[in-house]
Design a protein around this ligand. Structure first.
Ligand SMILES: NC(=O)c1ccc[n+]([C@@H]2O[C@H](COP(=O)([O-])OP(=O)(O)OC[C@H]3O[C@@H](n4cnc5c(N)ncnc54)[C@H](OP(=O)(O)O)[C@@H]3O)[C@@H](O)[C@H]2O)c1
Length: 235
């Protein structure tokens, strides 16, 4: 299998790279980082720099893999150096909303647009992005987090539309949105204090759960939103 891990330098992304590199049926991993190349090296892993907000960067990167069996996009933001998820509408800033959309929603469409040819081999394949349960409109009970929630809801809609299009044009590909569970990474660290210990996963835990889900996916399950434990989440 040839696999691409986008955002392979993040907590969840790097755990995907490490666990998949250890699997005998995986031949090659095209892993991307944004700012700093990770220290993790492995004969199967190639690190490439990629800014997912720049189509030219995605286009140039997409020349590398000849074929792909899986692509997992694990890049995303919840906060930046000055702003975090809004507790109240009083904190809403259009620029932060747009930054969330730019990093959490649009890149999946740009990736699909630029890599679709790499899935034309006809073997069962997977195109997945790490979403978040807080992007579920049906499941939203607490409110707040306007920018992040909306960016993940938009991402989910994009994945659903892509799944419908690819059922016609790339029927071997399963498109999936994944919820990793609350995972101990730089992204969630400022927001972990109310999370019960048994509900806070290490990146390795969360990724081994998600790999179980991914391994069970077949094209007839395309266009769905899966939690780490295999639960089907409502949009
Ligand atoms: N951790 C959780 O509890 C949790 C829960 C639900 C969903 N998620 C989702 O899981 C995904 C992974 O999150 P994580 O927890 O692993 O966070 P993380 O450790 O902060 O990793 C985020 C990754 O995204 C990359 N990234 C951000 N902007 C980018 C850009 N413009 N171009 C390329 N890469 C970019 C980062 O690279 P740089 O650091 O170099 O910018 C980093 O590799 C995110 O989509 C997040 O929303 C996480």
């Amino acid at each position: 299998m040839n696999i691409a891990i986008i955002g392979g330098s993040g907590g969840i992304g790097q755990a995907f790279v490490e666990q998949l590199a250890a699997q005998p049926h995986v031949q090659h991993i095209h892993a991307t980082y944004h700012h700093n190349e990770p220290e993790f090296t492995h004969p199967k892993v190639n690190w490439e720099q990629l800014d997912i907000t720049q189509e030219s960067s995605i286009q140039a990167w997409s020349e590398w893999p000849s074929e792909l069996d899986w692509l997992i996009n694990a890049a995303g933001i919840l906060h930046n150096t000055t702003q975090g998820p809004e507790k109240s509408i009083r904190q809403f800033e259009p620029e932060f909303f747009l930054e969330n959309i730019k990093i959490n929603s649009i890149p999946t469409l740009l990736l699909a647009k630029n890599v679709h040819k790499k899935f034309r081999h006809g073997r069962p394949a997977i195109f997945a992005t790490i979403s978040a349960k807080v992007g579920s409109i049906a499941d939203n009970r607490l409110g707040g987090w306007y920018s992040y929630r909306a960016s993940k809801a938009a991402l989910n809609m994009c994945l659903k539309s892509l799944a419908i299009e690819w059922q016609r044009t790339l029927p071997n590909v399963t498109v999936a949105a994944l919820h990793p569970g609350t995972t101990d990474t730089a992204l969630s660290r400022p927001f972990q204090k109310n999370v019960p210990k048994d509900q806070l996963f290490s990146p390795d835990q969360s990724v081994s759960y998600m790999l179980n889900v991914l391994e069970g996916l077949k094209p007839d399950k395309s266009g769905k939103f899966w939690a780490f434990d295999g639960e089907l989440l409502p949009w």
